[in-house]
Design a binder for this molecule. Sequence first.
Ligand code: PNS
Length: 166
Amino acid sequence: MPNNQKSAVFPGSFDPFTNGHIDIVERSLEIFETVHVAVLENFSKNALFSPEERVALIEKIFKKQKQKVIVETFSGLLVDYVKKVKSRVIIRGLRAISDFDYEAQMALMNRQLDHRVETLFMMTREENSYISSTLVKQVAPYGGDVSMLVHPIIAKALQAKYSKKK
Ligand code: PNS
């Protein structure tokens, strides 16, 4: 099959977006012309940032690449969003073998739902392999340094969020 895919979808909760996520978007842009960062619109009470806040923060990070990085929320099935933006590719980052079970389940389910949609896995860089949104949320509320984990835009937003919660 010829590679005629110009865009890919990078979905996630992104609460918050980390340096690991930035790296996956940047490396995806070396393969695809555009990347749709698709922020899951979930209604979890434990969410730190609202979906709209997450979109705004991610847009700010990629301000200089706004033609290539399209940030949107989505709800419902991911494969429907992929179809809506006329892509066929889902990108997911893999940090370690422990990510694999969950990712394989999702990839197989998504293929069941729409066999035209392919999931591509991208290994994170070694230096990002321990980073997760959960880890950020364990350190940031106590004033721990998260500058190795997130972009300064996110670090600032975290600071503002937690100082409001106090
Ligand atoms: O960052 P996350 O939380 O690991 O991302 C998970 C996400 C958003 C990719 C996944 O929960 C998702 O695609 N949800 C939408 C519902 C869906 O399509 N589920 C079918 C695949 S199991």
